[in-house]
Design a protein around this ligand. Structure first.
Ligand SMILES: [Ca+2]
Length: 288
């Protein structure tokens, strides 16, 4: 669907399916039209919303204090904007920030939470940087997970997002790691290479979740009664816990020319799948 903005730009809505919750995606947009040169956007990101609870205490700093977090390196404070450069929280009212006039300020906070060894965890936080009278690349930020639950940001096992410069704009950072112990530790860290007139950075809306991974279940319905192509043939598909007759989901799907169906976004598990297509086709596939 196209929209035209007040200043004449043409917009188009595009739906993306099959994305995982609480995951950062990079994307580019290419435009192509006959008789014109292709257009290609720069790198864009989108962070999908989490579907499971935030495991962090005070992840958005809405306590108005760093409660639940422990400083390492330089400490500073939790602020309610407008702060430097009129900065306001990207979520709620409060964010955590570090600011130095005429020096460097290297430090961050960590928070340790219970975890299940072998499970994957996704960690995201929004970050903002600013410095004055020095190239903006002087100051960068990253976030990390220590899958062993340690509290040393310099430990070799910490899994970090790439260092990122988010000059004068809030931008999401994201990292994923597999827990190796009964605890994992989330880190927010900023680093200035050189002293500057001002070195300032901030974080907000830190969210740590257990990963929810979904799969597409594909299969084939074969029935001798098909006289022509099964393409477009409607089939009622029920997803049931293995051994149960109570459906978790019931969906009408259509078959392709070879009789294949796809049931999207199924969480890992063991299921029975039941099919019904008119009175003559009923089948249950067990333990898929
Ligand atoms: Ca907040």
């Amino acid at each position: 669907m196209y929209h035209r903005s007040a200043c004449g730009h043409l917009y188009r809505d595009i739906s993306l399916s099959g994305l995982e919750p609480h995951t950062l995606y990079h994307f580019r947009v290419r435009s192509r039209a006959q008789g014109t040169i292709d257009g290609m956007s720069g790198d864009n990101t989108l962070l999908t919303l989490p579907e499971t609870p935030n495991l962090l205490v005070n992840g958005g700093f809405e306590a108005g204090t760093p409660a639940g977090w422990t400083y390492f390196g330089a400490s500073d404070g939790v602020y309610e904007g407008p702060w430097f450069k009129d900065l306001r929280a990207v979520e709620g009212r409060y964010f955590i920030g570090w600011a130095t006039n005429g020096g460097t300020r290297n430090g961050g906070v960590w928070q340790r939470v219970s975890a299940t060894p072998g499970k994957e965890y996704c960690f995201s936080a929004w970050a903002w940087t600013w410095c004055l009278n020095i190239p903006m690349y002087n100051l960068s930020v990253h976030i990390g997970i220590d899958p062993f639950g340690g509290t040393n940001p310099n430990a070799p096992g910490v899994v970090w997002s790439p260092w990122s410069v988010n000059f004068d704009r809030w931008h999401p950072l994201w990292v994923r790691a597999t827990a190796q112990a009964n605890y994992i530790t989330a880190f927010l860290q900023g680093h200035a290479d050189s002293p500057a007139e001002w070195n300032i950075y901030a974080f907000d809306n830190a969210v740590l979740t257990e990963r929810v991974q979904r799969f597409n279940v594909r299969g084939k319905v074969t029935a001798g009664d098909f006289v022509a192509s099964p393409e477009g043939f409607p089939v009622e598909v029920q997803l049931r816990p293995a051994g149960s007759t109570e459906p978790l989901r019931t969906e009408m799907l259509t078959l392709d020319a070879a009789g294949n169906y796809t049931l999207r976004d199924v969480e890992p598990g063991e299921y029975d799948i039941a099919f019904k297509a008119s009175h003559w086709l009923r089948a249950v596939a067990r333990g898929v």
